[in-house]
Design a protein around this ligand. Structure first.
Ligand SMILES: Nc1ncnc2c1ncn2[C@@H]1O[C@H](COP(=O)(O)OP(=O)(O)OP(=O)(O)O)[C@@H](O)[C@H]1O
Ligand SMILES: [Mg+2]
Length: 364
């Protein structure tokens, strides 16, 4: 895959940021993040993990409890929002119902006493960008959800910011429209070389839109990397389970041979997985294996485990089979529907295995 990420120029830097609203509970802990100019960075994580709080500190609506934020080297964390030249798009569009689309988009400029002709020019240009020129005289109530979201986007872009923050901007839209706008937002970001910090808890949105993804949990960045890195090389169990489907097998580490860790499962079976920094001899570990990395066959093969088919679901282009291992563990196997070596039946005895490099021995 092409690496679209620009080199790290320390454009926007968050250093040792912590945030507490009540003076005792930290909702953001020791956050260090360096955002590159022109980068599309997504903050992905479960509810309450500190994504919005981080965005609010970047925008200037919240102040960090400790730490600092710089833009091109200049500290901004105590600067008010309007001085930061950052655009912001929220999930609830908060459009003025009594104003037309054009008036909504131009409102912020009017408040700042930008001359009329200049407002008209900028509003006209930005409405063209978001494909709303034809609807400039409508009111928000006469627009679809997707069109309203475009107005919200136009309202942020009209200030010609170089940094745009978006907090779940497509959360309220249906799947088709969301995918369409995902594409458009990316296009606009590229055309104007915007630095975008985008918040979502939709992993597919994050995987498809971002140059890099920061996985948040419990106020901390768990992993920062390209979609491919995060998917293929999760650094811990949280990331492995949160992004995409993963099979997790728990076991005790009985041997480490170079890069290979041996894990003994509860039923005594020993499996092999790639050893990561988490792995310690004698300690518990979790081996994470993607469903598509599993091979299933009617006959045993080197390193395979015997299993019983619990269920097999045909999903168009693929077959998802749930198999029970000898102990309490079960696995999900994903195979291409057309080339599936076997079309498993419920109750059938099969054999499953994987290349040790495809299993990641992580924290327990
Ligand atoms: N204004 C506030 N006052 C007190 N606590 C707050 C405030 N805003 C957020 N919190 C708390 O801070 C934590 C992080 O919230 P935040 O809104 O940053 O999460 P999030 O990752 O954006 O979640 P979601 O995906 O649900 O939007 C949560 O526990 C939340 O209850
Ligand atoms: Mg939020």
């Amino acid at each position: 895959m092409l690496d679209r990420t620009p080199p790290d120029d320390g454009h926007v830097v968050l250093s040792s940021i912590t945030k507490s609203y009540d003076g005792s509970t930290l909702v953001v802990r020791d956050l260090n993040l360096s955002i590159r100019k022109g980068e599309f960075l997504t903050l992905l994580g479960p509810s309450g993990s500190g994504k919005t709080t981080t965005l609010m500190m970047l925008a200037g609506f919240e102040y960090p409890s400790t730490g600092q934020i710089t833009i091109d080297g200049a500290p901004v964390h105590t600067m008010p929002p309007e001085k930061r030249n950052i655009g912001m798009v929220f999930q609830n569009y908060a459009l003025f119902p009594h104003m037309t689309v054009a008036e909504n988009v131009g409102y912020g400029l009017k408040v700042r006493r930008v001359p009329r002709a200049e407002i008209d020019r900028r509003v006209g240009a930005v409405l063209e960008t978001v494909h709303l020129s034809a609807l400039a005289d409508r009111r928000p109530g006469q627009l679809s959800g997707g069109q309203q979201q475009r107005v919200a986007l136009a309202r942020a872009l009209v200030f010609e910011p170089s940094i745009v923050l978006m907090d779940e901007p497509l959360g309220a839209l249906d799947k088709k429209l969301r995918e369409h706008l995902q594409f458009e937002i990316r296009q606009i970001a590229q055309r104007y070389n915007l630095t975008v910090v985008y918040v979502t808890h939709d992993q597919y949105e994050a995987l498809t839109m971002s140059d890099r993804i920061a996985i948040f949990n419990d106020g901390r960045v768990q992993q920062l990397g390209s979609a491919e890195e995060i998917y293929a090389r999760p650094v811990n169990r949280f990331v492995a389970e949160f992004v995409g489907d993963n099979n997790c097998l728990k076991g005790r580490v009985t041997a480490i041979e170079g890069e290979i860790a041996h894990l003994r499962l509860q039923d005594g079976t020993v499996i092999r997985a790639r050893a990561t920094g988490h792995v310690q001899l004698g300690a518990l570990s979790t081996a994470a294996i993607r469903p598509e990395a599993l091979r299933m066959d009617a006959a045993p093969f080197a390193g395979s485990l015997a299993a019983t088919v619990r269920d097999s679901i045909f999903c168009g282009d693929q077959i998802r089979t749930v198999v029970d291992l000898a102990g309490t563990e079960s696995l999900v196997v994903k195979s291409a529907a057309h080339s599936a070596a076997i079309h498993p039946e419920k109750g059938q005895c099969v054999h499953v295995g994987w290349a040790w490099e495809d299993a990641w021995a992580l924290d327990a």
